[in-house]
Design a protein around this ligand. Structure first.
Ligand SMILES: Cc1cc2nc3c(=O)[nH]c(=O)nc-3n(C[C@H](O)[C@H](O)[C@H](O)COP(=O)(O)OP(=O)(O)OC[C@H]3O[C@@H](n4cnc5c(N)ncnc54)[C@H](O)[C@@H]3O)c2cc1C
Length: 324
């Protein structure tokens, strides 16, 4: 492991200045991802700037929704999050293990890197880790990889559960960076790999996520996160579905659906939403939404099963939320 310097930042601006000033500097929040990346060799920073002391830990309900500090811990346990945003509480609770959840932060969760085996195992070529080396997943075991949004250079999926829930909830991140402050929809935070898979997000070097805002969607209280995986706990999603639903007199007035485990970023299933809106919320409509959610899927040799899993998971998540 390459030696690196360590700095503790005491203000947001100290942190931004410290990372922006040095191309090899990176933020360290809970460290549950970064420390592993450094230890295993996917990252080799010159400096880690610890942001753990910054006052970004609050979860607050206000007129414009719920604001979640980038360093808030165990957000899924917050009573207002559980009451107003069950899909987010369920996504948070489904992630990792109690030990990891005690330390991990929402900002770090959104910016964790892919769990593609070929990215994580530095013996294999990976365009995301080392541009121009190739994508071992395309010809290797690609069971866990993308069925949407991949390219001939990368077919990794984004592993964050809360990013999927936040995408369904139309949440935004607030950032402070060397060029000032920005507000970015979570859905637009991530870039598709194209021919530059190493550029994973739209953030500039040194840009710090300070908070996540979830707007006041009234029907967010009727929402659900369904995560399908090989093990019932402590495993990443093969397919996940975040749904929020507004049914009035048996007709779908509004709906949000996002998928996880299937694309290099959380995948908003707008065709599935369109298949439901304005229609009776019955078995046929749910099946049509499941079918529509697979629109544009391009499975790899080992993950054709994800297409059927998406179809069924969408139907199941919608049926589950109806009963709430
Ligand atoms: C064994 C294991 C199982 C896991 N299972 C799941 C799972 O099922 N689902 C899931 O969603 N996640 C899972 N995770 C991932 C876990 O949720 C993340 O490791 C954690 O959320 C990262 O948060 P952190 O605060 O520790 O981030 P760190 O490790 O400190 O940082 C992660 C990255 O984010 C950057 N960063 C951190 N905060 C900010 C910020 N505010 N602004 C800008 N950049 C920032 C860092 O520079 C780094 O690149 C698992 C992790 C482990 C170790």
């Amino acid at each position: 492991m390459k030696p690196f310097a360590y700095t503790r930042a005491h203000t947001v601006w100290d942190a931004v200045a410290a990372v922006s000033a040095e191309p090899g500097a990176r933020y360290l929040a809970g460290g549950t991802e970064m420390v592993n990346l450094v230890r295993e060799g996917q990252e080799s920073p010159d400096r880690l700037v610890d942001i753990g002391d910054l006052p970004l830990t609050e979860v607050r309900v206000h007129g414009r929704g719920v604001r979640i500090g980038a360093l808030a811990k165990r957000v899924h346990e917050h009573p207002e999050v559980r009451r107003r945003l069950p899909v987010l509480a369920e996504a948070g609770l489904s992630a990792a293990s109690p030990q990891v959840r005690n330390v991990a932060t929402p900002g770090g969760n959104l910016l964790q890197r892919t769990r593609c085996h070929y990215f994580r195992d530095v013996r294999f070529p990976c365009n995301r880790r080392e541009p121009g080396t190739g994508c071992a997943a395309l010809r290797g075991v690609n069971r866990n990889n993308a069925i949407f949004g991949g390219s001939e250079h990368c077919v990794a999926v984004h592993p964050s559960d809360i990013a999927v829930a936040l995408t369904a909830l139309d949440a935004v991140v607030h950032t402070h960076g060397p060029a000032g402050e920005r507000v970015i929809p979570v859905e637009e935070l991530y870039r598709l790999p194209g021919d530059e898979p190493n550029r994973e997000t739209v953030l500039d070097h040194g840009e710090l996520i300070v908070a996540i805002d979830v707007p006041p969607t009234p029907f967010a209280a009727r929402s659900h996160y369904l995560k399908l995986r090989d093990r019932a706990s402590f495993a990443f999603a093969l397919v996940s579905v975040a749904v929020a639903l507004d049914v009035r007199a048996g007709v779908t007035h509004d709906v949000r659906i996002a998928l996880g485990g299937v694309a290099p970023r959380p995948w908003r299933a707008r065709a599935a939403e369109d298949a439901l809106r304005g229609r009776r919320f019955d078995d046929d409509a749910r099946a049509a939404a499941g079918e529509a959610a697979t629109t544009g899927a391009k499975p790899l040799p080992h993950n054709e099963f994800k297409v059927e899993l998406v179809r069924r998971a969408v139907v199941r998540a919608l049926s589950e939320v109806e009963g709430r």
